[in-house]
Design a protein around this ligand. Sequence first.
Ligand SMILES: *[C@@H]1O[C@H](CO)[C@@H](O)[C@H](O)[C@H]1NC(C)=O
Ligand SMILES: *[C@@H]1O[C@H](CO)[C@@H](O)[C@H](O)[C@H]1NC(C)=O
Ligand SMILES: *[C@@H]1O[C@H](CO)[C@@H](O)[C@H](O)[C@H]1NC(C)=O
Ligand SMILES: *[C@@H]1O[C@H](CO)[C@@H](O)[C@H](O)[C@H]1NC(C)=O
Ligand SMILES: *[C@@H]1O[C@H](CO)[C@@H](O)[C@H](O)[C@H]1NC(C)=O
Ligand SMILES: *[C@@H]1O[C@H](CO)[C@@H](O)[C@H](O)[C@H]1NC(C)=O
Length: 354
Amino acid sequence: MGVCGYLFLPWKCLVVVSLRLLFLVPTGVPVRSGDATFPKAMDNVTVRQGESATLRCTIDDRVTRVAWLNRSTILYAGNDKWSIDPRVIILVNTPTQYSIMIQNVDVYDEGPYTCSVQTDNHPKTSRVHLIVQVPPQIMNISSDITVNEGSSVTLLCLAIGRPEPTVTWRHLSVKEGQGFVSEDEYLEISDIKRDQSGEYECSALNDVAAPDVRKVKITVNYPPYISKAKNTGVSVGQKGILSCEASAVPMAEFQWFKEDTRLATGLGGVRIENKGHISTLTFFNVSEKDYGNYTCVATNKLGNTNASITLYEISPSSAVAGPGAVIDGVNSASRALACLWLSGTLFAHFLIKF
Ligand SMILES: *[C@@H]1O[C@H](CO)[C@@H](O)[C@H](O)[C@H]1NC(C)=O
Ligand SMILES: *[C@@H]1O[C@H](CO)[C@@H](O)[C@H](O)[C@H]1NC(C)=O
Ligand SMILES: *[C@@H]1O[C@H](CO)[C@@H](O)[C@H](O)[C@H]1NC(C)=O
Ligand SMILES: *[C@@H]1O[C@H](CO)[C@@H](O)[C@H](O)[C@H]1NC(C)=O
Ligand SMILES: *[C@@H]1O[C@H](CO)[C@@H](O)[C@H](O)[C@H]1NC(C)=O
Ligand SMILES: *[C@@H]1O[C@H](CO)[C@@H](O)[C@H](O)[C@H]1NC(C)=O
């Protein structure tokens, strides 16, 4: 008991008690632990969860008793198995080596194991630490989320692993190398902006295996704003198209007005077409009454906005005469050349005849 009183670690005390059970340590004899020269156990053993660990102890023929202990519990004493754990098996018991194997190692197997021997009535022990590594694994991660611009978002990414993995968050929609947004399990964004929408990647990293990576998508809703609305000039009798482009999440719905009248496909020879962010108002055959100001209204659940677009008259001559005149000019020039050539040929003909 005196020995135990002086020892720091309670498991050490238990080891001594266990060894006394085996008569490896006579009562009252202190145990010298961690003897550097003998018996020689290996350096610390590092294995991955699920693999097998071999605990090796080098001995010589002066050794009369041998045992391997897990903390205070005897696993094997000589060839006798004391452990009831089927994963523990004896590998080698020769005059020079005494080794056991722990199969399918799990994290709770981590800790100190002791090789204990008795030589010339002197008990000696040597200790080895079994270190169990676990690849990083993300256990719990936030789901994809949709929020309104200006609100706050917190994403969570919980990972396990041994050693404890480092967790980082990266915004994938931004340029390479600029996307690190958090070096933590939590990613907090307050007053979120529309350009902060997109995919975020959580990565859990330790030096055991490849990082575990998962993605979360943040959708940021914002009210529409009209990015393109151009006034258009058309002459009477031609086809005219007004178009209106709006950016919004969720996507905007469009309406067209002339003064207070809402326009609809089929009414007054117009067609309204919405394709994604763009809405077009088509006049199949523009007449005088069509000219004027139109209002394009873009709406989603967060609000609406509008823009005024003018359909204005251009003279048919300025639209057609310009290019037409050029074509005419080319034609008359080539015609003149042809005439010159023809008259020359005729003249030659005339000379040959006479
Ligand atoms: C073995 O592992 C223990 C516990 O992790 C540590 O204190 C000790 O320094 C290690 N020894 C060697 C030789 O790595
Ligand atoms: C070692 O001891 C720990 C703690 O008592 C136990 O959980 C584990 O199963 C033991 N491992 C082996 C291989 O005996
Ligand atoms: C994930 O973590 C959240 C927040 O801590 C918790 O409410 C949820 O129950 C966890 N889900 C799982 C599957 O562990
Ligand atoms: C356009 O409208 C005018 C006047 O209503 C009509 O005379 C003309 O034939 C129409 N043109 C076409 C291509 O429909
Ligand atoms: C059309 O809109 C323009 C610019 O907004 C304005 O100057 C013009 O007076 C409007 N015309 C009509 C007919 O309402
Ligand atoms: C266009 O917007 C203005 C200012 O927001 C608003 O006063 C007007 O009623 C809107 N017009 C339409 C047709 O929605």
